[in-house]
Write a protein that binds this ligand. Structure first.
Ligand code: KIV
Ligand code: NA
Length: 266
């Protein structure tokens, strides 16, 4: 298998082949997902929630993102590694966005970056793309704006679908190599996917996007609590780890561990 590149995803769209993205924030998950053939790994700012334990994605900084990006990029032999530009690291100006994206690529070794926002981000996307930085544009529900949007809500319902298509086309024209849609009605995501030359990736955006993305702690069932409707649990890793930790605790308490085979002789 060869390294997945932005053109690989473009060719997959043209051939009608679907591709997969998973988030990853460390070496082993990157290695495992890469081995499984996942085409793209996203070091998402969802690390704010899923690594650092913040309530939202807003607090995470570039300095907190970069070590995670470096770990994933170092372990992914084939996957295209996309890193999120965190809140506050790109909205001020195209120049600020370039400086932040360059850090994700130089210090983190990311292959591409993702940023949130609609048509108003087009000048920024254009500045990055013209300077050699592949950009994924994230539209629909954009978690960095959750306080402005009034919480986790589906975007692009009804009349707003046409606006979503226009927004996506503007971002494509600006140079985005991919458009990611979060929590938009399936028909709206289908319309965007058909209107664009570049591939789309969906999360809570129905079955008609060119690719799908899930947060790994959701897809693997690591996380406790309520799961969003769009998150399918492909495993129950939380239970596996919980059982293992309980068994370890029990074996230490009872003296069953360590046994002779785990101990060194004189
Ligand atoms: O940070 C993230 O995990 C994301 C995905 C939900 C698309 O942006
Ligand atoms: Na994100």
């Amino acid at each position: 298998r060869k390294r997945v590149r932005t053109v690989t995803l473009q060719q997959m769209k043209e051939r009608g082949e679907r591709f997969t993205m998973l988030t990853s924030y460390d070496m082993y998950t990157a290695e495992i997902f890469d081995e499984a053939g996942i085409e793209t790994l996203l070091v998402g700012d969802s690390a704010g929630n899923n690594v650092y334990g913040y309530e939202t994605t807003l607090p995470i900084t570039l300095d907190e993102m970069i070590p995670l990006v470096r770990a994933v990029a170092g372990a992914a032999k084939h996957a295209l590694v996309v890193a999120d530009l965190p809140f506050g690291s790109y909205q001020e100006s195209p120049a600020q966005a370039f400086a932040s994206a360059a850090r994700l690529m130089k210090e983190g070794r990311a292959h591409a970056v993702k940023l949130e926002g609609g048509a108003h981000m087009a000048p920024t996307v254009e500045h990055l793309a013209k300077n050699g930085i592949p950009v994924v544009a994230h539209i629909g529900f954009t978690p960095q704006s959750e306080h402005a949007l009034g919480g986790y809500r589906v975007q692009g319902r009804g009349d707003a679908a046409a606006r979503l298509v226009e927004e996506a086309k503007t971002l494509e024209r600006a140079g985005a190599f991919c458009v990611l849609m979060e929590m938009v009605p399936a028909p709206a995501a289908k319309a965007v996917t058909e209107a664009l030359r570049v591939p789309t990736i969906g999360i809570g955006a129905g079955p008609d996007c060119d690719g799908q993305v899930l947060v790994w702690q959701d897809f693997a069932g690591l996380r406790d609590g309520r799961y969003p409707r769009f998150a399918k649990k492909f495993a129950d890793v939380r239970t596996v780890l919980l059982d293992a930790a309980r068994a370890y605790h029990e074996d230490v308490s009872s003296g069953a561990f360590p046994a002779t085979e785990h101990s060194f002789e004189n």
